[in-house]
Design a protein around this ligand. Sequence first.
Ligand SMILES: Cc1cc2nc3c(=O)[nH]c(=O)nc-3n(C[C@H](O)[C@H](O)[C@H](O)COP(=O)(O)O)c2cc1C
Length: 172
Amino acid sequence: MNVMTDNPVALPALDPMELRRCLGAFVTGVTVVTALDAEGQPEGITANSFSSLSLSPPLIVWSLRLNARSFKTYQHAPRFAVNILAQDQMPVSNRFASSGIDRFEGIKHTLGLGGVPLIDGCVAYLECSLEATHPGGDHVLFIGRVERIQTLDKQPLAYGGGEYKAVVPLRP
Ligand SMILES: Cc1cc2nc3c(=O)[nH]c(=O)nc-3n(C[C@H](O)[C@H](O)[C@H](O)COP(=O)(O)O)c2cc1C
């Protein structure tokens, strides 16, 4: 018996709001993924879909909505950087999730490998080359090969249940 195809239980369709609520129970960090567009202009988007994927080779993954305005940029950019936001960078997260503004205006940054922007004040940076993309429903998975890293001694910003959170260590 093939459990995938012969499952006799007819389940009701998932409620999209309930699905969001359930997924929101998984608390994540917050990143801004940066790249350069075809004209060499900086692009950046807030993403909490970032995850580690492989240590050897060093691979990471994040996913982007197919209908994101910046989709073409990430699809064609040979490199991107994952900027892991610090606890005091909530305004940066909101800025890079907003439409109709110049997201980099007033954002201090340096240029990393290939001229990809690295936003000042983050907890960590992973500079990546694009290894592969994979379709994933209404998103696409972007797999990056990590080429250079930096980690700073700062508190990270967290996100869960539709709101920003601070990370509090639990000690036994
Ligand atoms: C905390 C947070 C996490 C987000 N994570 C993602 C993500 O992983 N993937 C994604 O496609 N959009 C994510 N978004 C939404 C995008 O940041 C937002 O839709 C985007 O900036 C719009 O980009 P566009 O102008 O390129 O369409 C997130 C937004 C917030 C506030």
